[in-house]
Design a protein around this ligand. Structure first.
Ligand code: Z5A
Length: 217
């Protein structure tokens, strides 16, 4: 019997509702007695949150794509060693708002960094660590951007072009298509209540994945 925890990530473009629905799933899982932590990327550790500020600061407009990529992985290395691995090793669940699939979507899909470069850093920094389960919230770019704008001022990455976000969305959908075993796509174009109903269904599926992992299947 494995006592290792379960690593679940939320992904999607701007304003898809990750924060809203992660909170909802957190409550469902806690009601089931699951011991969990909630975290996010970029960030998740004290150092990582400082790197996040640098990355999202609208004054950092001359960051080149490779610097951005290395900053993301620097924050991730700290996040993994300080929070994610210790929690998983202690048998806790980790619910993470974005992880490396976002790097494939934004830095590779959006910015055009070679996928192989991301893959090499992923192997170097994460070794064997990969999410057990990923929920992709998907919505048309215009809809997500309208929601993000409604929330307040846009950060450095949110100021990118619509074409950039179309490439990000296409990359996410392609990743989901290639990783059907761990990806579930949620239609985030509908009302908050209707998205919740879908999350409820996903929660049952997540728990059955967990049971399979726990029993060594
Ligand atoms: N980034 C990267 O480039 N590479 C990487 O490797 C990583 C990240 C890890 C920060 O991420 C940035 O970092 C991000 C990608 C980049 N790009 N930018 N900018 P973030 O996750 O913190 O930022 P974000 O994508 O902008 O997420 P967010 O601000 O947390 O939004 P969200 O969580 O997806 O949405 P929300 O806050 O839950 O909802 C947004 C609003 O819509 C809010 O007012 C809700 O009430 C409303 N909402 C939610 N759902 C609905 C529905 N169904 N209908 C109507 N309204 C809704």
């Amino acid at each position: 019997m494995s006592t290792r925890g379960f690593f679940l990530t939320f992904e999607g473009g701007e304003g898809v509702g990750k924060t809203t629905n992660l909170g909802y799933l957190e409550n469902i899982l806690q009601d089931q007695g699951i011991d969990l932590i909630v975290t996010r990327e970029p960030g998740g550790s004290e150092l990582g949150e400082k790197i996040r500020e640098l990355l999202l600061d609208t004054r950092s407009d001359n960051i080149n794509a490779m610097t951005e990529l290395l900053l993301l992985f620097a924050a991730r290395a700290q996040h993994i060693s300080e929070r994610i691995e210790p929690a998983l090793a202690a048998g806790q669940w980790v619910l993470c708002d974005r992880f490396t699939d976002a790097t494939y979507a934004y830095q590779s899909g959006g910015r055009g960094v070679a996928m192989d470069t991301v893959k090499r850093l992923e192997e170097l920094v994460q070794v064997g660590l990969r999410p057990n389960y990923t929920i992709l919230l998907d919505v048309a770019v215009e809809t997500g951007m309208a929601r993000a704008r409604g929330r307040g001022e846009l950060d450095r990455i949110e100021r990118e072009t619509m074409d950039f976000f179309e490439r990000v969305r296409a990359s996410y959908l392609e990743q989901a298509r290639c990783n059907l075993d761990r990806y579930r796509i949620v239609d985030a174009s509908v009302s908050i209540e209707e998205v919740r109903q879908q999350i409820l269904g996903v929660a049952r599926d997540v728990l059955s994945h967990w049971e399979t992992q726990r029993s060594g299947g």
